[in-house]
Write a protein that binds this ligand. Sequence first.
Ligand SMILES: Cc1cc2nc3c(=O)[nH]c(=O)nc-3n(C[C@H](O)[C@H](O)[C@H](O)COP(=O)(O)OP(=O)(O)OC[C@H]3O[C@@H](n4cnc5c(N)ncnc54)[C@H](O)[C@@H]3O)c2cc1C
Length: 369
Amino acid sequence: MGTKVKSVLISGASIAGLTMAYWMKYYGYEVTVVEIGAEPRRGGSPIDVRGDALHCAKRMGVLNAIKEAKLPTKGLKFVNAQNEVQGIMLVEEIGAISPDDTELRRDDLVDILYATVKNNVTCKFSNRIIRLDQNEKEVRVTFKDGMEGIYDFVIGADGIHSGVRKLIFGEESQFTHFLNFYFSVFTVDGKLGEQNYAHMYNTPNNMATVYFYNKDSADTLLAFRTSNQITVDRYDIEGQKQIVIDAFKGIGWKVPQLLEELKRSDNFYLDQGCQIKMPTWTNGRVALIGDAGYAPAFPTGMGSTLAMQGATVLADAMAENENHEIAFSIYNENFRAVVEELQATVYDGMSLVLPDTEDKINTRNKVTK
Ligand SMILES: Cc1cc2nc3c(=O)[nH]c(=O)nc-3n(C[C@H](O)[C@H](O)[C@H](O)COP(=O)(O)OP(=O)(O)OC[C@H]3O[C@@H](n4cnc5c(N)ncnc54)[C@H](O)[C@@H]3O)c2cc1C
């Protein structure tokens, strides 16, 4: 009699979840992915695939596709209210790990990863897990649409506000470390950008950046510091837009035009700047990967890299060890140092992109002149 094929349910069809889906299928599992969105979730400013994640991409056979999607960005210009350049950082100087580091649109990375799995895993879109019961043999799952399933393992790859984490590990507030800022991303008219460079304008505690892609579209990242945690209704997009409009009231440069675009935007995304820190990423037959377990926050520039790396480390450990308890402890032990070292860099990133005084803005500009 042959060995029973093991099954895994992955919650979240983004960078971590799609990478994990690829590897679990590769290692012979029956794979199901459940995603709350109607398709893999789009939007977001450019993301970076760096260092070890490039090695993961090579093993997955997607390195060339990632390189082909590389943005032509040469660097980041710091500008004043008159759009005069005050400082420049070249791409190689911004958190680079290896010369092959690649900046691409988040949408492109999601598409590349989704293409590796869409024909050979089961995807349940517009759905989510509402109940998880596990014993030493299996995990019983109830979905929002009323369907039920039994899996050998469940992997939570459902981002900062992970539903799997809440069901198994408890309330989000136990693991969220608020970094005293909020950020929003949305697409704007390409005319607001400039070929080959991203442009960043700062006032104390506020940052506006435009990333150019082509003549039709650019992405905007607006971030602001506040020590008060704002109550954000995740389903009230107009209310979220108003939070950003209020935070950028009276600020110059291209901000008034960006706010006009924000009002019309249909891919606006707002979240708090935070890190997720947990004492363990596994419980029984359930494991967390990516932002769900160890979000590093965008100023590190490493969210996607960490998500791809973490999924690969966990999948490899599960393939090499029949006993999942051993595999999970290897994942918890081997990956923790990587996560902690990276999360510690967030404050350097924040002082670069979100200086909180005029003096700090001037010093940064002088150093990068
Ligand atoms: C729309 C969007 C825009 C982003 N923009 C940026 C950006 O501009 N800069 C940046 O540095 N990072 C951004 N991020 C975060 C970035 O993608 C992650 O830090 C990184 O890529 C790690 O990916 P992840 O797969 O762990 O998490 P995420 O990319 O956050 O993916 C989580 C996935 O889980 C899905 N999901 C959420 N809840 C559930 C649920 N209950 N059940 C099922 N599925 C669920 C989401 O729809 C999403 O597809 C963005 C994320 C999203 C979703």
